[in-house]
Design a protein around this ligand. Sequence first.
Ligand code: NAD
Length: 484
Amino acid sequence: MTTYSDLYLFIDGERIQGGGRREIPVMNPSTEEVLGHVPAASQDDLERALAAAQRGFEVWRKVSAYERAKILRRAAELLRERKEEIAHLMTLEQGKTLPESRMEVGNLPDILDWDADEGRRIYGRIIPSRAAGQRQLVVREPIGPVATFTPWNYPGLIPLRKVSSVLAAGCSCIIKPAEETAATTLAVLQVFEEAGLPPGVLNIVFGVPDEISTYLIASPIIRAVSFTGSTSVGKHLSEMAARGIKKCVMELGGHAPCIVFDDVRDPYKIAEGAALRKYRNGGQGCVNPSRYFVHEAIFDQFVNRFTEVAANIVVGDGFAAGSKMGPLAHARRLDAMQEIADDSRTHGAHIVAGGKRVGKRGYFWEPTVVTHAPNEALLMREEPFGPAVVINPFSTFEEAVSQANNTVYGLSAYAFTESGSRAIAIADALEVGMVGINTYALGAPDAIGAPETPFGGVKESGYGSEGGTEGLLEYMTVKLISQF
Ligand code: NAD
């Protein structure tokens, strides 16, 4: 099991530490204590990782999908056995509450099992030809070595989901997970080695994010780039990838609208559920609802209950029994929350709950509710990626749709209504990649998506899918074979 004293790079099947490499501290966001240090990859390390990924690809692409599936399934079993240890690591370095960590880790094996099977079902096509004696086959092939970059908010789910699809598709991978949550991601990904994945197929590096992505994406060895993180970094990586005509999967920011119509049976209950959902993972989730548009007839009732629930959420160390929301993952998020609160006040919005830091140690921020924010306010324009939500009233369907779509983001959206025709109309009108109607569950109820459903956005929230058959096909190319 990974400990903080042995954080390492994993290249060509070898664990690498020390050797005079720069070291990056990993912090506990609840206490601001340094837990350990992760080594930063040098250029030589990256060169080795690229060569290993190239060799690994040549080996792995020839392993049958049937044999690959066995390795993925063994990895899934190991994750099942280690759920508790990994969940503890996650709470320690990411901050989320232990039940949240358990839920995240608990979902991982299922992703591997599903991809193991789906990898065996990637079929081709036979297209009838125009000429006698000709066969036209369409086959899918693994795209090649993939460079992936993952964030700290779901340090188990996001790296595992990417790596699982990449491996099931028959590709090799170099992943640069977030340094902030290095131990968790190492603990999750280390199961592949133990499950029998050949050396070089999966390589893990840490370091200065921009240095690593610039170096890897420029290499001709890398054939695809998969990133989850902010829209601004996604644009930067996409530009670099475009220079080498490399395929990208971009899972970027979101600023999910949630529309609550006046025909809902119990606005009070929906407000309760909404408040609990919003502050999951400290609000640091790209699909967490963050802009509420509530019909004016039920607006006050909704806001009162939402605020009541938000104000009663116990904020504290993720290990403490009563904690319902942990700290933000790092100090930069605290600064971002402060900027949102200050800007909301400047724009005349009402902060009806929260709006300030909790205590002086640890990156804790109060669950914050803002109402009546004008369109120019920061909170209306940029994703908060933290425990802040805006709730504004609307009067007509058209107004709600126009407000919901008035953003560069297009990841997820939610709507609550008892009317079947309105449910269809709103699902069609929202410019997003995922819509929840009368639910926040995009896939499995207690997970961020489900292995079998595609997860992804439109507009500046990115392109491509994670999960589902679509997620696997991202890492495959199409080849036509015409044969006489
Ligand atoms: P950030 O953009 O600095 O970092 C986000 C992630 O991207 C980190 O894991 C980081 O290591 C990585 N990253 C940053 N620059 C990179 C580069 N040049 N090459 C490769 N990887 C790079 O922001 P932050 O302050 O850590 O997080 C806040 C912002 O990140 C939020 O505004 C949110 O939009 C975004 N974010 C999004 C998700 C998501 O699930 N879509 C997850 C985490 C963070």
